[in-house]
Ligand binder design. Sequence first.
Ligand SMILES: [Zn+2]
Length: 600
Amino acid sequence: MGSTGARTTQGSGETDWRTPAEVSGYRTTPDYDETIAFLERLVEADPHRVHIEDFGRTGEGRPLKIVVASRDGTFDPERIRASGRAILLVQNSIHAGEMDGKDACLALLRDLVRDPEQARLLEHVVLVVIPVYNIDGHERRSAYSRINQNGPELAGWRANATNLNLNRDYLKADAPETRAFLRMFHRWLPDFFVDNHVTDGADFQYDVTFALDATPDVFPPTAEWVRSSVTPELVRRVNAAGHLAFPAAIFLRDASDPSKGLAFNENPPHFSTGQMILENRPGLLVELHMLKEYRTRVTGAHEILRAVLEVMNRDTAKLIALNGAADRAAAALGSRGEAAERFPLILESDGETVPTLFLGREFQRERSEVSGAMALRYGSRFAPMTVPMETAVRAAVSVRPPAGYIVPPQWTRVIGVLEAHEVSLRRTTATWTGPVERYCCTGMEWPGRPFEGHHPILRGGNVEREMGHFGTCTLRTEQGTFPAGSVVAPLDQRLSKVVLHWLEPEAPDSALRWGFFDPIFEQKESGEAYVLEELALQKVRADPAMRSEFEQRVRSDPLFAKSPEARLGFFYDRSPWGLANRVGEYPVGRLPTLAGLPLG
Ligand SMILES: [Zn+2]
């Protein structure tokens, strides 16, 4: 809305370098064209330190852009790395109703090139900013996008133009935006990543909340640096600037009762910062508090970004060395064979909590006239409270990494996702038969309603509700035969965790959970009732073990007992004809070694 005031001048003919949000007194946020116009003015004024480039297109065809700030005009990632500088990538408006980080970045970029004191933050760091990631959502502007949020007047939409939440799409990579992001990310291969959001959920005093993973799936020395050195420094600097920071994304254990405390928040790789764990890079989730006024949120985002730049300038060589070591550790994941440590795929709270001072808001709980449940009503004053906080985590699901995986070539969509992630793949040049471990899966239940364009079997957690039910997958060793052109994904590469998370069925965002292998659960042949009668009678008479299993099932399962189809199907499923359907046989092989494969 309105003009950016971009070309206006103040007093003595000085150009007005206020951002559009600053010009409006933080009443409004600029649309995409105004945002890019402001950035292009910066480039025009200082082409030797600011640079804009495209990295793909959105679903509606808008060019995706990054802005690079580099003190000496080096805008090539290879040359930047060779100069020993670290690269910071900041992503804004993946949820385009949450545009605080965009307006903070306009001010940050302006300061870095216009203010000599701030310019020192580019000494050892190059800043790469995605001003708006979900551009199509950003341009769906309305006063009714975010009922929970305190301004600005118009805000964009959470999802992209096909109504996909891009912050659930990182591993499965359905959206063109995600595929463009992955290419751009690997070209720049940043040393540190920030994703700016605005909260949903509880009310409290903090305006800047943030989370930086130090969980058991993070390279341990990086986790130690994050825990002991980065997180406390970010809190200290943000607070010193007059804001109030809390070093966790705040999820109440009971949404209607803050006194029950704070929950551990899983970070699976459908999230940007979960994807960063697979990329072996620190990924900072920033969540500005939705109920604070827009000025407070934007300046809070600005302060934490400045604090990240301070830390990266302080620890440049250490950070670059940690990332290199993390890449090498990831490339060694599959090299240990039977002796390999198990890699955690799903983490959960171990139930232990520590009492934590939490600056919340006073509240009452009362029976709701509308919902009938206990409802939370916040009071007018902030209130310090000591609440239990889940801190310790354990692996709920873990796996021993193999040397690699082999995927039959007909599973093109599954392979396509690995290609989108730029995983290093090889193809077999001839039919190959050899020892593999393969899963057989049963007991899956799919949810009736869609989620992100699929009917996935997803685990619970603080963000996603439980969807469907993951049964069991049992591993067995067998001689597998794979056609020529099968895809081999070795784990001796920096993206080994992408391979593990996509191809291990029980991983939280696996291809199997997202439905890419749904056809393996379909029974394609069956028997007519009058044919199965013969088979069933014969088994009941001749096979006492099967007969007693059948009778036990009839006694214990009333639905089964009442269904003539299920009773006959019991005998078909156990017959050679039934087994020929191969229902639940997962086609991907776990390779104990790559030796002996015809890899051309
Ligand atoms: Zn968000």
